[in-house]
Design a protein around this ligand. Structure first.
Ligand SMILES: NC(=O)c1ccc[n+]([C@@H]2O[C@H](COP(=O)([O-])OP(=O)(O)OC[C@H]3O[C@@H](n4cnc5c(N)ncnc54)[C@H](O)[C@@H]3O)[C@@H](O)[C@H]2O)c1
Length: 339
């Protein structure tokens, strides 16, 4: 099969490319706009593979998508604006990529003989969930521009299945972590700030609960759905590791041998969901299993950032990163580190 991996230069997409090349004889065509989050370094290991090709393009560009989808059997769409904080600062780009871009891909898939169209979505579409676990039939109550745009993309995917018979699939992964994650998300922010002995920002009281999923397990879940999922269906991919943000940050600081005094509580994110938790029973019935225990996966991730300073220092040196970080945490530096 020849798979078009949209957003394949990002964190999870590039790991999915590795997964496909390592575990199948399939060919991969990466289609990626290379936004601030897209990074060809994430794909450099495959550059010489005869089963890999890269096309730079925007999923919201009708003509570029039509050309990229020629000869493609399956589409897996990771491409998205993916960061909640950025969606609060600039929601428009989320609608353009996560909703309109999904529409452009679906229209192209409709006019071609694509046998699978998998939309990678998120557990954040369920909104705040406390004391229970969402299953695939639970109501969608997105509360940030990011999660609302992801829900919009998903609704279009489902509508194209019902209306036009496109063989679509949707996955809703939980909070994902691992190597190559852009250092705006919690875990790499904590690791990289702590490595420089800078204050580590935590929103509010830090008691928000997330279900942490290692990136390789997310990718094997997407692959299981791609190959064995039933068209028209949605599948949760959860890590089964519920931790508060504070607990997680403390563990990372302990792994790095850094003082917990680096923790800096900063004003909470507006509309911050206190909890997420998803039930992955439907995916487990497809034969998917999680490979990595949380503690070991967290250690692997911390070690990767320790060993790959060049990667994250290059990213953090960009103007985009510095402008974003300054805007998002503008008054952080003026706060004293709590001891
Ligand atoms: N990171 C998580 O915790 C998580 C959890 C569940 C689901 N997801 C979903 O998984 C997908 C990948 O997430 P990620 O964390 O790897 O994101 P990321 O931000 O690291 O990567 C996104 C990739 O998409 C590309 N892209 C953005 N806009 C594009 C456009 N218009 N056209 C083509 N390419 C474009 C970027 O260049 C980048 O390579 C997203 O759809 C996200 O919603 C992420």
């Amino acid at each position: 099969m020849r798979i078009l991996v949209c957003g394949g230069a990002g964190f999870i997409g590039s790991s999915f490319v590795r997964h496909i090349l390592d575990h199948s004889a399939d060919e991969v065509v990466v289609f990626d706009k290379l936004t601030y989050a897209g990074n060809l370094d994430n794909l450099s290991a495959f550059a010489e593979s005869p089963r890999y090709r890269f096309i730079r393009g925007d999923i919201a560009d009708v003509e570029a998508v039509r050309v990229a989808m020629q000869g493609i059997d399956a589409v897996v769409n990771f491409a998205a604006e993916s960061h909640v904080d950025r969606s609060i600062l600039n929601p428009g780009s989320f609608i353009t990529t996560d909703v309109y871009g999904a529409y452009v891909l679906l229209e192209a898939a409709r006019s071609m003989s694509v046998t699978r169209f998998l939309q990678v979505s998120t557990d954040e579409v369920y909104g705040e969930v406390i004391g229970e676990s969402s299953h695939e039939g639970s109501p969608l109550r997105p509360r940030s521009p990011y999660s609302a745009s992801k829900a919009g993309g998903e609704h279009l995917v489902q509508a194209y299945h019902v209306t036009y018979g496109i063989p679509t699939l949707v996955t809703r992964g939980s909070n994902t972590f691992g190597p190559h994650q852009y250092p705006e998300k919690l875990i790499p922010v904590v690791i990289t700030e702590a490595l420089d002995d800078r204050p580590v920002p935590i929103y509010g009281d830090g008691l928000q609960i997330r279900d942490w999923l290692f990136v390789d397990d997310h990718c094997s879940g997407v692959d299981a759905v791609l190959r064995r999922g039933t068209p028209g269906e949605t599948y949760n991919i959860g890590g089964g590791n519920l931790h508060t943000n504070l607990e997680l940050v403390e563990r990372i600081l302990d792994l790095l041998g850094k003082s917990r005094a680096l923790i800096q509580h900063v004003p909470d994110r507006p509309g911050h969901d206190r909890g997420y938790s998803i039930d992955s029973a439907k995916l487990l019935r497809l034969g998917w299993t999680r490979d990595r225990a949380f503690d070991e996966a967290l250690e692997t991730t911390v070690k990767w950032y320790v060993d790959n300073e060049d990667w994250w220092r290059r990213v953090k040196a960009t103007q985009d990163y510095q402008t974003y970080f300054e805007r998002n945490y503008s008054d952080r530096e003026s706060l004293t580190v709590s001891r």
